[in-house]
Write a protein that binds this ligand. Structure first.
Ligand code: HEM
Length: 322
């Protein structure tokens, strides 16, 4: 396989990895940082979050396996048979192989820690996931200058904030807003307020680090429409702006309305006619869809040659032998 089909397949594999990483990080972030300690209906939400984390971990195992085969296939320049034959070389002798083994170890550690169900183990699992995210940054374009460089570290911060925000959004929608309606209004407002604070910090980090990434990868403004990489990046930024606009609506218009209707429930006043909860659920679903497409654009960027300044080194397969 070669040409556009090969690029599409590699991007699909990368996209699955990104979505799975977001699911694990988002599930852990929501359980550890967003859920209040007590309140009606929290046990059901926690159970849904745990299921989300384990399902995402399973997907991550499959996607990481596919990533390894795909890189081996690119390196061997052949079919599946050639890829399998090249596995020992890719795993043992390439930079990608080192990062892949590190990622596999972190996934195994996170799975064991999540199994114990203790909060302290969950916090260690979340920290370990950041190491898994580093292996992503260290096996993409940002690592062309080396592992311990500003480009890789900024990309790591960018991806970590993106997974916490995007994954947190998915967890909020699926495990909180779509949970059985036993969750108390007060708990819902607490969770949403906490997420809103987290999302603001992550959005600031994502925009700053993303701008740095774009500056490093794109030589000059016209490359945004004259190169395939530039066009995909421009589309990504437009989608991000759409998601941020929905997030701002949630934070500044619907969250105050949600708090107001929770107070009505506590004071036993008649419910507000504006269904803030329903509207917020829809906006969050819209943000989740946009983020999933943003991950698609990101996965595609990883497969396209960036229009960099001068002749900055770029290894399309990221599988140079060490
Ligand atoms: C101002 C907005 C943003 C800009 C300008 C931006 C730009 C970039 C650029 C140029 C890269 C490097 C891609 C490559 O060549 O491999 C990147 C990586 C990445 N972006 Fe963004 N981004 C933005 C927002 C987001 C958002 C909102 C998300 C998801 C929620 C996201 C997720 C990621 C991830 C996960 C990576 C790392 C991919 C990897 O290392 O393989 N970005 N971004």
């Amino acid at each position: 396989m070669s040409g556009p089909a090969a690029v599409a397949l590699a991007a699909l594999v990368r996209w699955t990895n990104l979505v799975a990483l977001a699911g694990v990080v988002g599930g852990l972030v929501a359980e550890l940082l967003l859920l209040p300690r007590d309140g009606n209906g929290l046990a059901a939400v926690q159970q849904r979050l745990r299921r989300l984390t384990f399902a995402s971990l399973t997907l991550l195992v499959v996607a990481s396996g596919a990533d390894l085969i795909e890189r081996a296939r690119t390196m061997a320049e052949g079919g599946i048979g050639a890829a399998v034959a090249a596995l020992p070389l890719v795993l043992g002798r390439t930079h990608f192989g080192v990062m892949w083994r590190l990622r596999a170890s972190t996934i195994a550690i996170v799975a064991l820690l999540c199994w114990t169900r203790a909060r302290s183990a969950g916090l260690v699992a979340l920290a370990t996931m950041l190491a898994a995210v580093f292996t992503l940054a260290a096996s993409g374009h940002a690592a062309d200058w080396g592992d311990a460089t500003a480009t890789t570290i900024v990309d790591w911060v960018h991806a970590s904030a993106a997974f916490a925000w995007g994954g947190g959004l998915g967890a909020l929608w699926w495990c909180v807003f779509r949970a059985p309606p036993s969750l108390s209004s007060a708990a819902l407002v607490t969770i949403t307020r906490r997420f809103s604070r987290l999302a603001l910090a992550c959005a600031a980090a994502i925009v700053l680090s993303g701008s740095f990434n774009a500056y490093v990868e794109v030589a000059e403004l016209p490359a945004l429409w004259s190169s395939a990489y530039g066009r995909v990046l421009a589309l990504k930024v437009v989608l991000v702006l759409g998601a941020l606009a929905l997030g701002a609506m949630n934070r500044y218009r619907l969250l105050p309305a949600l708090s107001e209707s929770a107070e009505r429930v506590i004071d036993e006043r008649p419910p507000d006619r504006a269904p803030a909860r329903l509207l917020m659920s829809r906006y969050i679903a819209g943000e989740v869809i946009l983020v999933v497409v943003v991950f698609g654009c990101t996965a595609l960027l990883g497969q396209l040659p960036p229009p960099r300044r001068g002749d900055a080194f770029h290894d399309a397969s990221h599988t140079h032998v060490e």
